[in-house]
Design a protein around this ligand. Structure first.
Ligand code: SF4
Length: 469
């Protein structure tokens, strides 16, 4: 199903009404948060690590041109090739051309948010190349014809019973909902693809500028197979994945594993520095690194939202967000969901195209508190709201109400008159003693009943009776 960010309100309403889906999300995110909390507790210097990571990301992003050119030189020095892609179409075309040159009819692919962002799977299919997702979650949603609902757990919205039924229907295997049996089936099926594919595609978690090493973290071993068995490996990374030094990597690996899955370390951390060299037994003959801009330069040019480029895609802000927990990942109509998605999607796709997303937050600040690289997400959301208001992109009724409210707050006489009129209106309509709703604004949540007297009236009468301060 093709969902877009402009459908947020509709999709969120549908998903909130789906009790099973809500339970699935609340239990999965609650479990992830519990695992994270236990693992973070064991690191007394956690806050110090967050601060250091923030500073390193700041250094990388503030000098992005310098570190990207350094990364390019390092990769080329080690025998790799680098392609700078301005947008999704350039990045996809580069990979499709590689497939044509290799006469590859299928490619194996490990999990990559950048590849999702550019719609690489669709571009490959349109060119007659079958992309095979090899991450278990991605494999499940590819078979289901779905899109990811979480940055690190793409099939989070599905129960094991649904997955059992899916495999039974699509592959004709006997129904089972035992995770080990489902995994064994997927593993066996995918092994054939790994052995025959000429091209492997991966994402990048971090790329060290000084050595040209890319790091990929995972728990299934599929990314390692994707990057070492096929003749050619192409890695796609957003520009912001560069870090200045290889020696910075351990810090980020610690933060990422604990924040995302609550592990001390993921089962596999692959460090890839170019293609196979003479005398080496395994690895690809060619290594290509695609540096994807696709709107990142524009984000970089705006100091108020630049910090969103620090993101290491751990998913913790999604898990802790009370909105994400209730509406689920598909409501956002974008590859990126949750608080970081509500910041990035309007920046990537245009503010008007995703104007509800900056409002998909209670601004409680839980996302900013949990973020391992200390991105002030709720401030960024507030800033996007400010931009929407200044572009007059909010509904006229809201603009009118806010103008009246602002005028009243600036003028005590107007404020007194407005509150007196409101009290009178509620009295006449018989609603003065009970909570009330404002059509179009609070259909599901009542405003508390207004106090019978204003604060000023209460203050004056208390003083006259000698009770006030
Ligand atoms: S914004 Fe922070 S918490 Fe959210 S995914 Fe990115 S790094 Fe993780």
């Amino acid at each position: 199903m093709n969902r877009t960010p402009s459908q947020f309100r509709i999709l969120a309403s549908e998903n909130i009404a789906d009790r099973r889906l809500r339970r699935t999300f609340q239990s999965a995110t609650g479990h992830a948060l519990g695992q994270r909390a236990q693992s973070v507790q064991l690191v007394p210097e956690w806050e110090d690590l967050r601060e250091r990571a923030h500073r390193i990301k700041e250094e990388a992003v503030e000098h992005l041109d310098f570190y990207l050119e350094k990364l390019e030189a390092s990769v080329i020095r080690r025998g790799g090739r680098v392609f700078w892609a301005r947008d999704a179409s350039e990045a996809s075309s580069y990979v499709v051309d590689l497939c044509r040159r290799l006469q590859a009819s299928t490619v194996v692919k490990s999990k990559s948010m950048a590849a999702e962002e550019i719609g690489l799977a669709d571009a490959l299919e349109a060119a007659g190349v079958q992309p095979v997702e090899t991450d278990l979650g991605e494999f499940i949603i590819q078979v289901a014809g779905e899109t990811p609902s979480h940055i690190i757990a793409p099939a989070l919205h599905m129960t094991r019973q649904q997955i059992g039924n899916l495999f039974h229907e699509k592959f004709g295997i006997p129904y089972t909902d035992i995770p080990a049996e489902l995994c064994a089936f997927a593993r066996q099926r995918l092994r054939r693809e790994f052995l025959s594919a000429r091209l492997g595609i991966s994402g990048v978690n971090f790329a060290a500028a000084d050595t040209g090493t890319i790091a990929i973290v995972e728990n299934e071993g599929n990314a390692r197979l994707c990057t070492s068995l096929p003749r050619v490996h192409v890695a796609i990374m957003g520009l912001e994945k560069v870090i200045p030094r290889f020696s910075d990597l351990p810090l980020f690996l610690r933060l990422l594993a604990r924040s995302s899955t609550g592990q001390k370390q993921t089962s596999y951390v692959s460090m890839i520095s170019g293609p196979r060299r003479e005398g080496e037994w395994d690895g690809p003959e060619e290594f290509h690194l695609v540096l994807l801009d696709n709107g990142r330069s524009d984000i970089l040019s705006d100091p108020r939202v630049r910090r969103s480029l620090y993101c290491i895609r751990c998913g913790a802000c999604l898990n802790t967000c009370p909105i994400y927990q209730r509406v689920g990942g598909h409501s956002y109509g974008s590859v990126y969901s949750g608080p970081i998605g509500s910041v990035l999607t309007p920046l990537f796709q245009g503010l008007e195209a995703a104007k509800d997303l900056p409002y998909a937050s209670s601004l409680c600040g839980s996302c900013s508190n949990i973020c391992p690289v200390k991105i002030d997400l709720h401030h960024q959301l507030l800033w996007l709201r400010e931009k929407l208001v200044s572009r007059r992109a909010t509904p006229w009724q809201e603009r009118l109400a806010m103008s009246l409210f602002a005028a009243g707050m600036k003028d005590p006489a107007l404020y007194r008159m407005g509150s007196a009129l409101l009290r009178l209106f509620l009295k006449v309509s018989g609603k003065s003693n009970r909570p009330f709703t404002i059509p179009g604004w609070s259909p599901t949540r009542d405003f508390p009943a207004l106090a019978q007297t204003s604060f000023k009236q209460w203050w004056e009468s208390s003083r006259q009776q000698g009770e006030g301060p």
